[in-house]
Design a protein around this ligand. Sequence first.
Ligand code: ADP
Length: 308
Amino acid sequence: MITVITFNPSIDTLYKLETFEIGKVQRAGDVKKSAGGKGINVARVLNQLGHSPMCMGFVGGYNGLYIKDEIKKIGLRDEFIKIDGETRVCLNIIDKNKVSTEILESGPIVEENDMIKFERHLENILEETKILVASGSLPKGLPIDYYGLLGEICRIKNIKFILDTSGKYLESAINSHIYMIKPNIDELEALCKCNINNKEDAIKEAYKLLRYNIENICISMGKDGMILVNKDSIYEIKIPNIKIENTVGSGDSSIAGFAYGLLNDYSLKDCLRLSNACGMSNAMNIKTGFIDVNEIEKLFKEIEVLEY
Ligand code: ADP
């Protein structure tokens, strides 16, 4: 099975406005709420693809109950640990020109006893897990290098660990054993402390990251597709032009596609095709962390994967 960790889930609220003006009273006619956080987006897309993953992390308060309820409604396996404090709310405001403004709360604090409860539960969950996906930031209270610890546990248990995080959380984890990371260009620039202007730059920096214990460095590049570098090859993924609705959650959808392919023993090239098809399908739809499964097969065929 696939287990997806969202340490810091949220209630995602989408406001669609005509125009978004700072300092003015604005009325949102169209409001959509959903259980969110990068991992939950991954889990939702996995579910749409046909695999219902186990979902772990921390939830608290009334917002936490909302998350648990939504997860069950979607048909995902709820393995969240309850903590004190209130699960966060995150806002995404989209205007008529599709310009998106996000406001993200930082979320509740995780105490040491919560962490111990989580680790005990994880031990059992990993008995059934082939692929562990962890996405997003860490909540306050967890050590900054906590993803590194998960990487080591996965190495010992022979579980494929896919990590999609950024900034200090990614930097602190890269010394441990990880099957795949998937920074986007901004996240790669922050990690390598340099500018990335094209695919060649991205490949060069991804190559340098192979000196750590990461098996696959995957860089997602929005409309320019993706590259993946491992010790054997460089893969360049070329995607067709599409009509965009909302790209928030495309990275999460691409992680879901990749993990689904891996679970079902797809070739690496087909994992990359499915990954991009899911990222693109998410971008073509207004809902975050949502793909149209009827589009996937067509998109899959249009994606070109070159190996060097
Ligand atoms: P993130 O959401 O992590 O920033 P990206 O924006 O790179 O990740 O998106 C992940 C994948 O989704 C891309 O590799 C691509 O396949 C697809 N995608 C995202 N934005 C676009 C776009 N504007 N046009 C076509 N595909 C896109």
